[in-house]
Design a protein around this ligand. Structure first.
Ligand code: ZN
Length: 368
């Protein structure tokens, strides 16, 4: 009997090993190109990246890099970096035009295609939209293989837009939250190799002592542009009852992300980060096991509370950019996560458009 159990155990162990091998086998680690990941400790800055499977590690003094361009020709990386990112403003009035993209999920190529074909960036992926506002509505992380490239592109565009009189807003989604909490259920297998080679946890690559992690932790959960509010998953009736305005939501989120341990006993913090919070809620879309479908009256109450005409959300994937609840909700997540799908929301000259990846746009029907 003991022998039998031993054989069964051996089969199970061998099976686990071989699945892992197959999983790692899908990515050719000799081709691995990724980074840079920039950490600092005291006065030292550690820059790690991979080029064609080769790991490169460099050390600088912080004064050599802070506010200067870090240039890595092999990665086509030439970027001014900072070590202390300020909490940005969250209310913007008199904005002439904006472009909203959501749930990029590491699908850098599709992300770039949509930005490029709508002239938000030029051929060299530099900011090309003058005083326009680009809103990245959360969930840049997870699923796809080019999260790092997507984050650095947004980081660069943010600075370039600022210099051109425009703006880039990055809002946090549930997948940013998951990475901060080292919940790695959805990371692409490429990043398992990266973390193995760097002998670290994936979340440590985005800790408060990394350039990207420090930057992301300052980002808002909800913003207002003109008379519209933007939030990754949506504001539930529960959230609306417990938070008096947008500033109180962002202030609570900033408190959470400044801490080492994100979890606390505070009721408002638990609401914000839980299923009915701004990162996870799905009640605008359909009744499910977890969520009651919201009513139009409840949406009207939420909009009145936040002094807004519409709320613009991502997170729950639709077939296209879509108007719901008689134009009071606009859903932007249209499946960029699949790699060859998805569109963006454009507002200019007072009109909402679905902006496609193939250099065309269509007026959004707001009657639904
Ligand atoms: Zn999401």
């Amino acid at each position: 009997m003991k022998k039998f159990i031993f054989v069964i155990m051996l089969i199970i162990i061998l099976n686990i090993c071989s699945t892992q091998e197959i999983q790692f086998g899908k990515i050719d680690s000799t081709q691995l190109t990724d980074g840079p990941y920039i950490f600092w400790q005291g006065e030292d800055v550690f820059v790690n990246y991979f080029v064609n499977g080769e790991a490169v590690k460099k050390i600088f003094a912080i004064y050599e890099l802070d506010n200067y361009n870090l240039v890595i020709p092999e990665l086509d990386f030439d970027q001014k970096i900072h070590f202390d990112h300020k909490i940005p403003n969250d209310i913007f009035k008199d904005v002439e035009k904006f472009f909203v993209i959501s749930d990029v999920h590491g699908q850098y190529n599709q992300f770039v295609r949509i930005l490029l074909n709508n002239q938000i960036v030029d051929e060299k992926l530099n900011w090309n939209w003058q005083n326009g506002h680009l809103v990245v509505l959360g969930d840049v992380f997870d699923r796809g293989p080019q999260v790092t490239e997507s984050l650095w592109l947004i980081y660069k565009l943010e600075q370039q837009a600022e210099n051109a009189g425009g703006k880039v807003h990055v809002l946090l989604g549930n997948h940013e939250l998951m990475i901060f909490q080292n919940d790695l259920r959805y990371i692409h297998e490429k990043y398992e190799i990266v973390t193995e080679k760097l002998e670290t946890e994936y979340s440590d690559l985005f800790s408060p002592k990394t350039v990207l992690g420090n930057w992301l932790r300052t980002k808002p959960t909800i913003i207002q542009i003109n008379d519209l509010i933007f939030c990754h998953a949506g504001i539930s009736p529960e959230m609306s009852q417990n938070f008096s305005d947008l500033r109180s939501i962002n202030a609570t989120a900033n408190l959470i992300f400044r801490r080492e341990n994100l979890v606390s006993d505070d009721e408002n913090e638990k609401l914000l980060t839980g299923s009915w919070g701004a990162y996870w809620y799905r009640g605008y879309f359909m009744k499910s096991k977890k969520y009651e479908l919201i009513t139009e009256t409840e949406i009207e109450t939420i909009l009145a509370r936040f002094k807004a005409e519409k709320i613009i959300v991502g997170h729950t994937t639709q077939d296209s950019v879509l108007s719901l609840w008689n134009g009071k909700v606009i859903a932007v997540d249209s499946g960029i996560k699949y790699g060859d799908k998805g569109e963006a929301l454009l507002w200019q000259d007072g009109t909402f458009y679905r902006a496609f990846a193939q250099n065309s746009k269509k007026k959004l029907d707001l009657k639904h």
